[in-house]
Design a protein around this ligand. Sequence first.
Ligand SMILES: [Fe+2]
Length: 208
Amino acid sequence: MVRKQIVSNTTENISAQPRLHQRAREIQSYGTVSHMLPLELEEPVRLEMTEQLNQLLADTMTLRDLYKKSHWQVAGPTFYQLHLLYDKHHDEQVELVDSIAERIQLLGGVSLAMAADVAETTEIERPPRGREEVPVQLSRLLDAHQIIIRQVRTLARRASELGDDGTNDLIVSEVLRTNELQAWFLSEHLVNVPLVEAKEPSITTGAA
Ligand SMILES: [Fe+2]
């Protein structure tokens, strides 16, 4: 009887029919870490690091999307340069998202991935669906960078205390440095300098 069952299953397995609409239990729950990893990092350390990295991931994914929104919706005389700059920063944030998510998986955790979960987790203020003027776009982006930079500094120190040098290195060398540089590029656009004519002519120039 048993043998007959096996033969019948084998026949089913070699069918060319795709098995659609399948669902099953999760193989690992969110908020847990796998037990057996040869990383020489204790489970509580990996739990704490993956939890904080998931917060950073949610905020980085939100900043990434805020850049794309700004890239599409920008208007005004600086359209061309900002359209390009926003997209460059977006692409750099895409790289960071992947590095952070894969660090979480590498530590045995589960990365956030879907927009709804990111929206519930992020600390970055939700912008309206409509278009906003350039100074507001820039301010929103800078506020988001500030939240991330603050978080990253705290996380870097904690990772170092717990002996998680890999996380410390990733978030200082990649995440912190990229965010600092992008924040500089944005903030220079909010310096109110004249575009064509100097406001006050120099007193010394041309004095006889
Ligand atoms: Fe584009």
